[in-house]
Design a protein around this ligand. Structure first.
Ligand code: ACO
Length: 474
């Protein structure tokens, strides 16, 4: 790509250089031909070999992104992930995912203004504070927050259906009094005061998009998710949520709202890269979960809620937190060999390794590893985590890498990066959700254009009972 590297990131070219070095190494280890069977239009029904967990199943066509697992490629809208991390930013990447092309200058300015406006969710935050966020799993809080954001949507649905206005509680237009007692039940009553949602559900995908399922809802979710995540982090550490800063980027705002400190250019840049890296990734479990919900013509807020729920699991986005826990348990690089030998003998899985699609080194880990090393230079604790991670990686690659093509995945180094950026361990997965909202919403929007409800089948291996035995005779 012919881009002056100084033009976009004046103060952070060391970061750009690390990304470009990772790109060069990746390109040396792979060739540049895509898989023909996965990169051209198919006729439906398509023939493919399906394994358990839908391994290998083709569910739809997409222009949003492509993962070549054999070669370790990740592509969004035609652009490879290394170039996007080296030259772009999360806002531009979100536009790319949602629109299938890069914005021009005026489109980009307008898009950023919309993202900024969508950060204004004071009443949703106020409602959040009525929940025991301190004691809840942060991903559960995020899911509740997403559900409360939905109120804007139901308001629109209601306006269409014209129900009586006093039935509605609109979270982001000061419809709820500010002086509701903190423990009051009204805090949780965010849908309909009398509990019957009488709005018209959209009958078709097109109608549902025209309503509030479209771009506005995507932008609302992308922005609001970062505000919610930061607020959850603050509340959990006994602080009051911080208002977003109008002059900061999406990445800088996320860190600022979480930590209360304006990040340095390097911190902002690395957060931005981490957001780009996690923005989309094919038909992964959380994306698929959100698409399944959307395919029923449920709305996009419920769909993103499903994505959050799926991402939470330790086999998916929850692994980033587990990795740091594991590295702390190992304690030092010297302990990695013995620790790993024991886990291997017990056939235990090593968090942050392996992937359903990648059978080569995950390009996201290629980028995150040197960034973790860079950030950990002046941080003794993080340095120890990084060196322990490197030592364990060597052991795993020597064995599982050679035998089963198991390499570090995106979650292996991201936790160390987040730690250096001042993000608490239990907020790693919510921060992942902040990034992935662009991918979830973009793929929902694309899929619903030619919607068909997801409905696979299962092989029944149970028996058939012909004589029903009444309970008292069993
Ligand atoms: N450590 C040790 N062995 C592993 C690992 C691992 N992390 N991952 C896979 N294997 C082994 C399995 O034991 C299995 O061995 P076998 O054939 O001898 O039975 C083989 O590799 C295939 O593994 P599966 O679990 O069947 O692979 P699958 O595609 O179903 O799972 C997954 C992929 C869930 C990511 C798996 O590699 C794993 O559990 N990794 C650890 C958790 C993790 O890091 N998750 C984050 C993934 S990235 C993301 O979601 C954002």
């Amino acid at each position: 790509m012919n881009v002056e590297k100084d033009s976009l990131h004046q103060e952070t070219h060391e970061i750009t250089d690390l990304i470009l070095a990772a790109k060069e190494k990746a390109y040396q280890e792979t060739d540049d031909t895509p898989e023909p069977e996965l990169t051209q239009s198919v006729g439906w029904p398509v023939e493919c070999t399906v394994g358990p967990g839908l391994e290998g199943a083709i569910a739809c066509e997409t222009k949003i992104g492509y993962v070549n697992g054999g070669k370790g490629w990740l592509v969004y809208g035609g652009y490879n992930i290394f170039d996007l991390c080296a030259y772009s930013n999360y806002e531009e990447v979100s536009f790319l995912l949602l629109n299938g092309r890069m914005p021009n200058k005026s489109e980009f300015t307008e898009f950023k203004q919309k993202l900024m406006a969508a950060r204004h969710i004071p009443n949703t935050l106020r409602l959040m504070m009525g929940f025991p966020v301190q004691d809840m799993n942060p991903m559960a809080s995020l899911r509740i927050g997403t559900n409360m954001l939905r109120q804007r949507l139901t308001w629109r649905d209601m306006a269409k259906a014209k129900p009586s206005e006093e039935l509605a509680v609109e979270t982001d237009a000061d419809a709820i009094d500010m002086d509701i007692p903190q423990s009051g039940q009204d805090h949780a009553t965010y849908e309909f005061k009398r509990g019957h949602g009488q709005f018209n559900k959209p009958a078709s995908a097109r109608e549902s998009q025209d309503d509030a399922e479209g771009m506005d809802a995507c932008i609302h979710l992308i922005s609001a998710m970062s505000v919610l995540t930061a607020a959850i982090s603050r509340i959990r550490s006994d602080h009051i949520p911080i208002e977003w800063h109008p002059e900061l980027s999406h990445a800088a705002n996320l860190l600022y709202m979480m930590t209360g400190r304006i990040p340095t250019p390097v911190e902002e840049r690395i957060m931005d890269v981490a957001l780009i890296l996690h923005a989309d990734h094919g038909m992964n479990a959380s994306t698929f979960a959100s698409m399944v919900v959307a395919s029923t013509l449920s709305d996009i807020y419920f769909s993103v809620g499903a994505g959050i729920a799926a991402l939470n699991g330790p086999l998916h986005g929850g692994a980033n937190e587990m990795v740091v826990k594991m590295l702390k348990e190992i304690g030092s690089p010297d302990n990695a060999k013995a620790w790993y030998a024991e886990k291997r003998a017990n056939k235990e899985k090593i968090m942050g390794f392996g992937h359903r699609v990648y059978k080569a080194y995950d390009p996201r880990a290629r980028i995150l590893a040197p960034l973790a090393e860079y950030l950990a230079r002046d941080n003794v604790q993080a340095r120890k985590l990084y060196e322990t991670a490197k030592s364990l990686e060597g052991e795993v690659i020597e064995t599982l890498g050679k035998d089963k093509k198991i390499f570090p995945n995106v979650d292996y180094y991201s936790g160390i990066v987040y730690t250096c950026l001042g993000i608490p361990d239990d907020m790693f997965t919510p921060v992942f959700a902040v990034s992935r909202t662009a991918g979830w919403t973009a793929r929902i929007l694309e899929y619903i254009e030619n919607n068909r409800i997801f409905r696979p089948r299962a092989i029944y291996t149970g028996g058939f009972v012909t004589d029903y035995t009444p309970l008292e005779q069993r």
